[in-house]
Design a protein around this ligand. Structure first.
Ligand SMILES: [Zn+2]
Length: 417
């Protein structure tokens, strides 16, 4: 956004304010496109949209929200949440002892704390099954539950026995089908993708490789075949749906990128060749770097601990490679335990070499781009009024974003100092 655009009142003339007009006034705002501060910060909101940024005059009679000492930012976007999961207590048996209704209600609680942490949009990828994420997204849209705008994935598609399948039970107990996400072969992959979309998935999550919190030995081994992944990506595209691929190992990352997925989740062992390929294909990378700091909790088996210890050594070097080659980095927290800590991912990305401005762009504009939406991600006339405010100096010390003081989503205030 240029300064000239900022200075223009887009839609509202200086006439009387409508009943819904709100003016938010703070010390400054972050222009996430340029990575600069703009002062002062006067944002005019009519209904659910921003109608002016720093206009020459503000509409008389508007409701004014004063935020002295604060910096405005666009609402944050987390591309990798699990709102309907909390891994605590007997987490390995949740699939056998709880229902989708339990997970939807848990999700309502997690959605609220995530919104209050400044995240006004999330892409929720993977849950325990039964479409609690789709139900939660609908409940938020209806105003029944306070939460971010949710892009739900339904059931993740995985090979039988793979990272995103339900494992650890005796034969005949909790067996899974393509509808549940267990897909073997092209026909099952088609059925699995179509079934998720039929029941409300707005993104398809696939498990391209093994992972940490599952029973397999090698954490990075490719699981879905190249052909299965291509089939899913092509089918999803026919519905206008994008694909997010969980991938740790280099070969699996490479296969998923070649299959045409929109985002690589984790991407823990990127190398020069895969980084260059992602840059060339425009694949987004959701590095989930913060999760490695907190991946230590009751119930992890020795195999899981070994895989975690192997992979977390790699994320720093991989991020440096991704930056070097200009891979588009979007922010994703992978928060599975204490929901609402999502903003720590900004801080961890900076620790691994992003500038605060680059990290802020990852969690706003690039997130919107990865979702394929142009109605959010920055503070500009015509966009959704998803606005947060923080104290401190976020472009100097990124930790300021971990303490959000004000949250507005779609013109409605959810948190105020
Ligand atoms: Zn995850």
């Amino acid at each position: 956004m240029s300064r000239q655009v900022l200075a223009v009142v887009a839609l509202l003339a200086a006439g009387a304010a409508s009943a819904q007009t709100i003016v938010v006034r703070a010390d400054r705002l972050v222009d996430v496109r340029d990575g600069d501060y703009v002062s002062p910060a006067i944002v005019v909101i009519d209904g659910e949209r921003i109608t002016g940024v720093n206009p020459p005059t503000v509409p008389p009679g508007a409701r004014v929200i004063e935020l002295p000492g604060k910096t405005l930012l666009p609402g944050f976007i987390d591309l990798h949440t699990h709102l309907t999961l909390t891994l605590d207590g007997d987490w390995k048996h949740q699939a056998a002892t709880e229902t989708a209704a339990d997970w939807a209600l848990l999700g309502a609680r997690n959605a609220r704390v995530t919104l209050l942490a400044g995240f006004t949009t999330v892409r929720d990828i993977a849950n325990n099954g039964g479409f609690p994420d789709v139900a939660l997204a609908r409940a938020v849209d209806k105003g029944l539950v306070d939460g971010p705008r949710i892009v739900p994935a339904g059931n993740s598609l995985s090979i039988t026995g793979g990272h995103c399948d339900t494992t650890g039970y005796a034969p005949g107990v909790l067996e899974t089908t393509p509808e549940d996400g267990a897909v073997d072969g092209v026909d099952a992959a088609l059925k699995g993708a179509r079934y998720q979309i039929k029941h409300g998935a707005q993104v398809i999550k696939i498990c391209a490789t093994a992972g940490v919190l599952s029973a397999e030995g090698p954490a990075g081994a490719q699981q879905l075949t190249d052909e299965e992944m291509r089939t899913i990506v092509e089918e999803a595209a026919r519905h206008g749906v994008r694909v997010a691929a969980h991938a740790h190992g280099t070969a699996g990352i490479d296969a998923a990128v070649r299959a045409g997925v929109t985002t690589i989740e984790h991407g823990t062992t990127l190398d020069e060749a895969t980084a260059k390929l992602m840059k060339q294909k425009g694949t987004f990378w959701v590095a989930t770097s913060y999760v490695w700091d907190v991946l230590d909790f009751p119930g992890m088996t020795p195999t899981m601990q070994r895989k975690r210890d192997e992979l977390r050594q790699r994320i720093g070097a991989s991020l440096r490679l991704g930056l070097k080659h200009g891979v588009k980095i979007g922010l994703g927290s992978d928060e599975l335990w204490v929901h609402g800590r999502n903003a720590r991912e900004f801080t961890t990305l900076v620790r691994h070499g992003l500038t605060p401005a680059q990290a802020l762009r990852a969690g706003t504009l690039t997130g919107a781009e990865a979702l394929g939406v142009t109605d959010r991600g920055e503070l500009a006339p015509g966009l959704l009024a998803d606005i947060v405010a923080v104290g401190g100096d976020p472009l100097g010390d990124i930790k300021a974003v971990e303490d959000v003081k004000f949250v507005m989503k779609g013109g409605k205030v959810y948190k105020q100092p």
